[in-house]
Design a protein around this ligand. Structure first.
Ligand SMILES: NC(=O)c1ccc[n+]([C@@H]2O[C@H](COP(=O)([O-])OP(=O)(O)OC[C@H]3O[C@@H](n4cnc5c(N)ncnc54)[C@H](O)[C@@H]3O)[C@@H](O)[C@H]2O)c1
Length: 325
């Protein structure tokens, strides 16, 4: 049995507890959370042991799951790595670039498994298309959420847009050439809405809009490439592929378009989306990478790369931010 300790059992931490309980080969040893109110709630609901010393819980487990606020990621991760414990940490990897670089260095030196909670990689809608030959020329991203004070200790870039940055970096395997960005702080001191254009060395352009002050929710990525349009709806868990119809295409809706070079048949397909719980999938993948000694699906390096782009965006926005009042 792989022994796990959970650090931080607030909103997301409880989802983690629910999922760990359903994953085989796991022994949930206990949790650490400084809030008595939250801890008592968890003891009652989960009959789980509360540790009041984080080091003691770390000593009792093989791996830690850190779901504490981002400002606490670094010191908890550092302590766990130094004790030789495998680490799963929520996104973003750390609060500053210096902290993130230090965690990558410590992980490489220690050889522990390290996974960052970029959970959208495990979203079933992305799972449905990620095996395709994805070579987008341009990408449109919209991630809109209603306002919620949770998470607003950081900007919308580190809170929401970082999910899309990680997905895009996993799809466009090219270095970032330039970034332009603009943001507006409406309800908080940091940007609550932002628009960003990322140009990659291979010519791909990604245009991202994130808002946490929207009236409605949306989480969509649209990839446009030479032979296809691929739409991924992370919220509704749906995917759509539109392309020129080829021989052998089945289960597609097809229609004709007249062009100057003749009739073209367009095929619209909705690939099957697996009915999976993304959090359970990511935690199971972390378990497997420890048990099978394989690379984690979202490594510390991936976490650093996403943060690097996010911080470049924040630097650009620093020059372009429009603050309310
Ligand atoms: N992957 C995602 O989609 C996603 C979604 C939401 C939040 N998150 C991330 O998860 C983390 C937690 O977010 P949340 O929404 O659950 O916040 P939350 O405020 O609901 O919960 C955080 C919990 O951590 C506890 N805590 C504070 N200091 C601690 C410490 N030093 N050690 C252990 N626990 C400590 C708090 O008492 C609280 O119970 C953040 O890093 C956030 O960015 C990720």
């Amino acid at each position: 049995m792989l022994k796990i300790g959970v650090f931080g059992v607030g909103h997301l931490g409880k989802f983690h507890l629910n999922n760990w309980k359903e994953i085989s080969g796991i022994e949930l040893v206990g949790f650490y959370d400084p809030s008595d109110e939250i801890a008592n709630e968890v003891i009652q609901k989960y009959q789980l042991t509360r540790y009041t010393d984080p080091a003691e819980l770390m000593d009792a487990v093989d791996a830690v799951d850190i779901v504490a606020p981002t400002t606490h990621h670094f010191h908890l991760c550092e302590k766990a790595i130094k004790k030789g414990k495998h680490v799963f940490v929520e996104k973003p990897l750390a609060n500053t670039m210096e902290e993130a670089r230090q965690l990558v260095k410590l992980t490489n030196e220690s050889g522990v498994k390290f996974q960052v909670g970029h959970v959208e990689r495990f979203n079933p809608a992305f799972q449905a298309v990620k095996h395709l030959d994805l070579q987008p020329h341009f990408i449109e991203v919209h991630r809109l959420a209603q306002f919620n004070p949770r998470g607003t200790e950081v900007s919308v870039i580190l809170d929401l847009m970082i999910h899309d940055i990680d997905i895009i970096l996993s799809v466009v395997k090219s270095d970032v050439r330039t970034i332009s960005a603009s943001g507006v702080g409406v309800l908080t001191e940091t940007p609550d809405i932002a628009n960003v254009r990322i140009e990659f060395n291979n010519g791909c352009v990604a245009n991202l809009t994130s808002s946490r002050i929207s009236m409605k929710k949306m989480r969509k990525i649209r990839l446009f490439q030479k032979d296809a349009y691929i739409g991924i709806d992370f919220l509704e868990k749906k995917a759509e592929i539109i392309k020129l119809k080829e021989e052998g295409d089945t289960n597609v809706f097809a229609f004709d378009i007249e062009t100057n070079s003749g009739t073209k048949t367009i095929a619209v397909a909705n690939p099957p989306v697996p009915e999976v719980n993304a959090i359970k999938e990511e935690l199971t993948a972390f378990r497997d990478s420890i048990l099978n000694n394989t690379r984690t699906v979202v490594s510390e390096h991936d976490g650093l790369m996403a943060m690097d782009v996010a911080h470049q965006i924040l630097e650009k926005i620093g020059k372009n931010v429009i603050s309310h009042g």
